[in-house]
Structures are given as structure tokens and as C-alpha cells.
Design a protein around this ligand. Structure first.
Ligand SMILES: [Zn+2]
Length: 318
């Protein structure tokens, strides 16, 4: 039952889990009404929390679908008391990270606008159902706005880091800038957006902690990569194999290089791509067959057969 939460269901190949802390929402928002004997109010708030969680699931699936477009799978989504988290197998750098980050708030904005539209057009709040729809729309607009703030671990932080990385190609520095921006935005956001309650102070504390965690994690994971003396030969040879098999401009090669922010890694790969481009088509085909033979552990004859099926720029059908 527990691998981060209580299993709710499986949707589009992704597991949806409810974190035990979600029940804190019930304790904070429903229990007081229940204790005061206001059963109808308690039921309305519970229903509202269920609709809010469904909106969060929709928001997370917007991230998941854009992630899949980039070939990234998501095993599970965890619904927590302060939102949701799609556990993607990896987070790409640069514009893909921005696009995945943008999808969620965009979903919340669109849903919020659609649900609020009748009231903006002058339809009065005459019934419980209409009022309820308006409230769900309003919370979705808030969810979109809150998530667009340029703070980790919010989507706005990821959108900003993706854009920064696109220009500076330095993941640790980009993360550091977003963390500093976040520390400036957090006090302003919480003074203007959220009334200072015990609950919101806990959330601010958690966000600051997650902000620091993200930076420390990225620093730990990529500190070796920024050291040219520790260039990973396996990664270089993986990239080399991709160049020889699919061509230097294939999506796989571009994605692979994008994931390696080390300028030294880039320099080595650019050298390999230049050397590959200077080869004549026959040598390219030979290198491609040898690489297929080595990396896929198939016979040279099978590699030659496979090579004929791979269209490669600058390699003719000899
Ligand atoms: Zn999101």
C-alpha cells in the first residue's frame, strides 16, 4: 500500500497515490465544522477538497503528457496536502524543462477561466452548484498563479531554470539563481497572496527547505561533471556511438548533449562530430557498422544489414 502514499488508481499508465499528509487538510478544514456540529458545511468542504485534488491530478497529468512528448515516463503521482508531485524518471535541462513546467499551470489557468467564465459574463451565483463551480474555478486560477511563482519546487522555478540554462548552459549556476530569486519572491508572495496563518507559515518553511534541497541535490549531482578532469569516458563513448549510428543531428544526440552541461564534454563531442563530418561516406558506413556490432553485440553481417536500414545524412546507399 505504501510507496509514498495510499494507492488510488492507475491512470494513463501512471499510478496515483494519496500521501497520508493529505488527511491533514481534513483535520485543518473539515474537523472544526464537524466539531461545531455543522455537518452540511463539513460535507461541502470535503467535496471541495476532492474537486481540488482532482484539479491537481489534471495539473500533474499536463506535466506528464508534455514529459512523455520528450520521451520521459512518469511512474507515479503523489497528491499531498499542499499539491501534487509527478515523479518523472528524469528532469531534462533547458527548454524541455520549461515546457514541462509550463504545462501544469497552463492547465490550471484554462480550467479556472472556463469554470469562472459564466460569472464573469454576469451569471449570478443563484445556486449552491453554481457557487461551488465558481469556487473550484477560483482555486484553479490561484493554483495556476501560485505555481507560476519563480520559486523551487514550484513550476515557475523550473520554467525560469530551463530558460536560464538555455542561455548559460550551467545547471548549478541556473539553479542557484532561481534559489536566490525564490528567496526574494517568497516573502512578497506570502504577504500579498496568503494571509499569515499557522498553516501558511508551515508551507513557507517547507518551500524554503525544498528550495535549498533542490540546489544541494543539483550541486551534488553535477559537481563532478563541471570538473574537466573527471570527464566520464562511458558518457563520451555513449554519445560517440549515438553519433555514428544515428548521425550528429539526431534528436537522441541533441538530447544527450543537452543533458551534459560540462563545457569540456561539449568540446570533446564537438571534436568528434567535426571529425565524423570530415569522413567520406564509405568510412562513415564502416564506422557505423563497427559501432552497431560493438554496442548491440550483433555479428558484423547483421550490423551491415541493420546499417542499410538507417538513413544517415552524408551516408549513401553503397
Ligand atoms: Zn505543476
Amino acid at each position: 500500500m505504501f510507496s509514498g502514499g495510499i494507492r488510488l488508481c492507475r491512470l494513463f499508465g501512471t499510478e496515483i497515490l494519496l500521501h497520508p499528509l493529505w488527511f491533514l487538510l481534513l483535520a485543518v478544514f473539515v474537523l472544526p465544522s464537524l466539531l461545531a456540529g455543522q455537518v452540511a458545511a463539513a460535507a461541502t468542504i470535503t467535496l471541495f477538497l476532492i474537486f481540488l485534488s482532482a484539479s491537481v491530478i489534471g495539473h500533474e497529468f499536463a506535466h506528464i503528457f508534455v514529459g512523455r512528448w520528450y520521451g520521459i515516463q512518469t511512474e507515479k503521482v503523489i497528491i499531498n496536502f499542499f499539491g501534487g508531485a509527478a515523479m518523472m524518471e528524469r528532469i531534462p535541462f533547458g527548454i524541455p524543462e520549461s515546457n514541462i513546467g509550463m504545462a501544469g499551470p497552463l492547465f490550471s489557468y484554462v480550467l479556472g477561466v472556463l469554470l469562472s467564465l459564466p460569472f464573469w459574463c454576469g451569471v449570478p451565483h443563484t445556486s449552491f452548484v453554481l457557487d461551488f463551480i465558481y469556487q473550484v474555478g477560483y482555486i484553479n486560477l490561484f493554483l495556476g498563479l501560485f505555481n507560476t511563482l519563480p520559486i523551487f519546487p514550484m513550476d515557475g522555478g523550473r520554467i525560469l531554470r530551463g530558460v536560464l540554462f538555455h542561455f548559460n548552459r550551467k545547471i548549478v549556476l541556473s539553479t542557484k539563481i532561481v534559489m536566490i530569486v525564490g528567496f526574494c519572491v517568497i516573502p512578497i508572495a506570502f504577504v500579498t497572496l496568503i494571509p499569515p496563518t499557522f498553516f501558511s507559515i508551515i508551507i513557507v518553511g517547507l518551500i524554503i527547505k525544498m528550495c535549498l534541497d533542490e540546489y544541494n541535490m543539483v550541486k551534488m549531482a553535477y559537481k563532478d561533471v563541471s570538473d574537466p578532469n573527471k570527464l566520464d569516458p562511458l558518457r563520451v563513448s555513449q554519445c560517440e556511438a549515438l553519433i555514428y549510428v544515428f548521425g550528429p543531428d539526431s534528436k537522441d544526440v541533441v538530447d544527450f548533449i543537452r543533458e551534459h552541461t560540462n563545457p569540456e564534454f561539449d568540446r570533446v563531442i564537438i571534436e568528434k562530430i567535426s571529425a565524423w563530418r570530415l569522413l567520406d561516406p564509405l568510412d562513415k558506413r564502416k564506422l557505423q557498422i563497427e559501432t552497431l556490432h560493438k554496442t548491440m553485440r550483433i555479428s558484423l553481417e547483421d550490423a551491415a544489414r541493420m546499417s542499410r536500414d538507417i538513413k544517415l545524412p552524408g551516408v549513401g546507399d553503397d
